[in-house]
Ligand binder design. Structure first.
Ligand code: GLN
Length: 456
């Protein structure tokens, strides 16, 4: 009730929800009855969770932020959602996003623009901007997001919350609307690293409905977080941390750089051994990502044809019906990506774009694995700037894409990364949050969470 009241008070300013559950209190009462019968209700009992609207939920509409799916009610839950329900969580509603996850601001939603709770004239980041704003405004305790090129980490940074992007395959993608299937992962946002550890533990694991989900054992992430009062003065002794040189120079806001430098010193004070590492392929990640992600998207979005899902615009013949349903149902950015992807994949250009981008992807993977051979964790900013004004980049897609420079490489390599709030930059009269990104080798989420917990 408290969360719902808070949600109703703040929602006119934040606009983070596309749908608020009308049965969350009834669900809470049911959980309460089970508790009274001494049933095992799981570690998330009674915790209100908000879910990004590109995840399927059987009792709430699931639109992906797109007109083409307006009113769509899936007959099933995403596996991550099923697992949360089984852990006792309460689904409070569905959060706003850039259409199908394509964007960095939530301005690409077909329905509404979400505001940053720190300054309502600014974007909350994206594409999981509804999920990050909802946590920052305390409209829910924790939320689910998805991350194809930074969509959990950049909004976490802009809204001053914790964001966890797991290893590719750590969480089943079943029921996540596909954007770029080789990059997509489901992860979570919360106010603390402990929140992220509990949520990840509840969602992770193999699922026979997603052949790319991993069979690697799921550790008890939360149990391994040492209580702060039990730590000595150098709890990070023995941990090697590399600062990625290419992320700390040109094009990065000076206030962001100082926050990351201060965080690095703090990690050193806590006992970590600090070095600078260079990933020479780093600047190639952004162009490679913006070839590969739209290519996969152009193929994945072929399913929205006006027949199988959502809205149909009637026409005289089949071909025109596809055309009119898709022209009417998709927004500008999604159309742009479908065009870019179709172009990059077309026969005469395949070698020059798609194949070349895949080669760059291999270089990036190699550079990361070399750097992570000598280091436990790599650090960088989560975004080159703090939250910018709504409208600033709407007409300049290239400058919006450029803001993804810190995050896309991690998806190209399939690695896990955790973003924790690490300071503020002064922009005009305001202090705006900055996030520190920590990257580790695949399936080392436990280590990221331990270090993040101590740091936070
Ligand atoms: N901003 C990036 C894009 O537009 C990443 C989005 C995401 O991770 N879903 O593709």
């Amino acid at each position: 009730e408290e969360y719902l009241t808070r949600l109703q008070q703040t929602e006119p300013y934040v606009k983070s929800f596309l749908y608020v559950s009308d049965k969350v209190l009834a669900d809470a009462e049911e959980i309460d009855r089970r508790l009274r019968r001494n049933e095992d209700v799981g570690p998330l009992v009674g915790v209100p969770v908000a879910v990004k609207d590109n995840l399927c939920t059987r009792d709430m509409p699931s639109t992906g932020g797109s007109r083409i799916l307006e009113g769509y009610r899936p007959p099933f839950d995403a596996t991550a959602v099923t697992k949360l329900r089984q852990s006792g969580a309460l689904l409070i509603g569905k959060t706003n996003l850039d259409e199908f996850g394509m964007g960095s601001t939530t301005e690409g939603s077909a329905f509404q623009v979400t505001s940053n709770p720190w300054d309502s004239s600014r974007v909350p980041g994206g594409s999981s901007g509804g999920s990050s704003a909802a946590v920052a405004a305390r409209q829910c305790a924790v939320s689910l997001g998805s991350d194809t090129g930074g969509s959990i980490r950049q909004p976490a940074s802009f809204c001053g919350v914790v964001g966890m992007k797991p290893t590719y395959g750590r969480v089943s993608r079943f029921g996540l609307m596909a954007y770029a299937s080789s990059l997509d992962v489901i992860g979570c946002l919360g106010s603390s690293v402990m929140d992220a550890a509990i949520l990840l533990g509840a969602m992770a694991g193999h699922d026979k409905l997603d052949a790319t989900s991993s069979k690697t054992e799921v550790p008890d992430y939360a149990a391994k977080l040492v209580p702060i009062e039990a730590l000595d003065s150098k709890p990070l002794k023995g941990i090697k941390i590399g600062v990625i040189r290419e992320t700390m120079g040109d094009g990065v806001d000076s206030g962001v750089i100082s926050s990351i430098q201060a965080s690095a010193l703090r990690l050193e004070e806590l006992g970590a051994a600090l070095t600078e590492v260079s990933l020479s392929s780093f600047p190639l990640g952004l162009p490679a990502y913006y070839v590969l992600a739209p290519s996969e998207a152009s193929s994945n979005l072929a399913r929205y044809d006006g027949i199988r899902y959502g809205s149909q615009v009637p026409a005289d013949d089949l071909e025109s019906m596809y055309g009119s349903s898709r022209s009417n149902g998709f927004g500008q950015e999604v159309k742009r990506r479908i065009l870019m992807g179709t172009y990059a994949l077309s026969a005469g250009y395949y070698d020059a774009y798609y194949k070349r981008a895949q080669q760059v992807r291999t270089l990036i993977q190699r550079d990361f694995s070399k750097a992570l051979d000598g280091n436990d964790i790599l650090i960088s900013p989560a975004a080159p700037t703090a939250a910018y004004k709504i409208g600033d980049k709407v007409n300049d897609p290239l400058s919006m894409y450029a803001g993804d420079i810190m995050t896309v490489n991690v998806n190209l390599a399939g690695l896990p990364a955790l973003v924790v709030p690490c300071g503020f930059v002064k922009v005009g009269e305001r202090d705006l949050p900055v996030g520190l990104q920590m990257i580790s080798a695949a399936f080392e989420e436990g280590r990221l969470l331990q270090v993040g917990h101590i740091f936070q």
